[in-house]
Design a protein around this ligand. Structure first.
Ligand code: NDP
Ligand code: MG
Length: 350
């Protein structure tokens, strides 16, 4: 199947100008969508829970802030940007009953629609605009006149107008300055989960910490180990982003390349583990395990966060990162500083 990529010229931006848009949530993605759409001239209101700590921040940024029910009632396009595990309850209690005929539901990740935790009736258009980058970068890039690429999908198209609306939303977000790749809710959800649990996080994070253990247990200095198994990752990723794996390899020594090609660390067994993980994503058992735990107050999730909250690398990480001229502390803006503070603190379990 040939890939379809949309750019700004493929879109009629007027389609979204007459719409009343609700952004539910003002977190990582929520603040970026609300601000980018407002700056693109859209009619935006932010829907927040009672007593929300974000209300003042959103108002200060010039946004209209209302409760979630009012936002859903007023809007004819509702983008749900609370954490995935909270969305079924948010939808059930604050959105569903306010949907008028033809109102559109939008998502930045396919999880709840794909696994059936949210089931809108068939007369509602449902689309996805999923940025391939964290919300703070989505905002930062927009403000700089650029955009973060997105993947786009339409799950329900009762009126035949969902695709143009989806693309107009992506344009208002600034994403079509970079491009939007057409996908489906199924493909986005399954590949996104696979990427994060098998390569980007579940793969790399454990690989780095394990490499640090092997070197320090063998008696090497932790500071040197940190540099070798973690610090240089960023530079290789930067080169790979510019020119792919070949550029990253090209920039390294022949010795490094030879070691790369002959390494026995990743084996056929690793591929089998990845295929096993993928199967658990495809058959819904990963989603069920995660959502059941969340529904029970997230005992397992909290236990795991605690267990992994002291990576061995971090015994020297803060000291070494302070040496890097480009790093003035871990957070780049106030929003990040408030929610990050050096630990995994964004999680809000209901
Ligand atoms: P966040 O964790 O940043 O969302 C926080 C916001 O949700 C806050 O405004 C918070 O309210 C609100 N919120 C949290 N719990 C509830 C609740 N129970 N009821 C009502 N509001 C609640 O979410 P993300 O931005 O990370 O994710 C949003 C969506 O975007 C998800 O579908 C995710 O998969 C997707 N996505 C996220 C990416 C990212 O960069 N993080 C990348 C691509 C897609 P308050 O302000 O009151 O605390
Ligand atoms: Mg992802």
């Amino acid at each position: 199947m040939a890939v379809t990529i949309y750019y700004e010229e493929d879109v009629n931006p007027k389609i979204i100008q007459g719409k009343k848009i609700a952004i539910i949530g003002y977190g990582s993605q929520g603040h970026a969508h609300a601000l980018n759409l407002m700056d693109s001239g859209c009619d935006v209101r932010v829907g927040l829970r009672e007593g929300s700590k974000s209300a003042e921040k959103a108002r200060e940024a010039g946004l209209k802030v209302v409760d979630m029910d009012t936002a859903a009632e007023e809007a004819d396009l509702i983008m749900i940007l609370t954490p995935d595990e909270t969305q079924p309850k948010v939808y059930e209690e604050h959105i569903k009953d306010h949907l008028k005929a033809g109102d559109t539901l939008a998502f930045a990740h396919g999880f709840n629609i794909h696994y059936g935790y949210i089931k809108p009736s068939e007369d509602h258009p449902v689309f996805m605009v999923a940025p391939k980058g964290p919300g703070h970068i989505v905002r930062r890039e927009y403000a700089a006149g650029r955009g973060v690429p997105v993947v786009v999908a339409v799950e329900q198209d009762p009126d035949g107008k969902t695709w143009p609306l989806c693309l107009a939303y992506a344009k208002a977000l600034g994403a079509l300055r970079a491009g939007a790749i057409k996908t489906t809710f199924t493909e986005e959800t399954e590949t996104d989960l696979f990427g994060e649990q098998d390569v980007l996080m579940g793969g790399i994070n454990h690989l780095c910490d394990l490499g640090f253990d092997v070197l320090t247990e063998a008696g090497y200095q932790p500071e040197i180990a940190y540099f070798e198994v973690f610090h240089e990752l960023k530079m290789l990723v930067d080169l790979a982003n510019e020119g792919g794996l070949n550029k990253a390899r090209w920039s390294c020594s022949d010795t490094a390349q030879y070691g790369d090609y002959t390494s026995t660390v990743i084996t056929d067994e690793t591929k089998k583990r990845m295929q096993y993980q993928l199967k658990r994503i495809q058959d819904g058992s990963f989603a069920k395990e995660f959502m059941d735990d969340q529904a029970a107050g997230a005992p397992k999730f909290k236990e795991l966060q605690e267990k992994f909250s002291h990576p061995h690398l971090e015994t020297v990480g803060p000291k070494l990162r302070a040496m890097f001229s480009w790093n003035n502390g871990p957070a780049k803006d106030q929003d990040e500083a408030e929610s990050f503070n050096g630990k995994i603190a964004r999680t809000q379990v209901q």
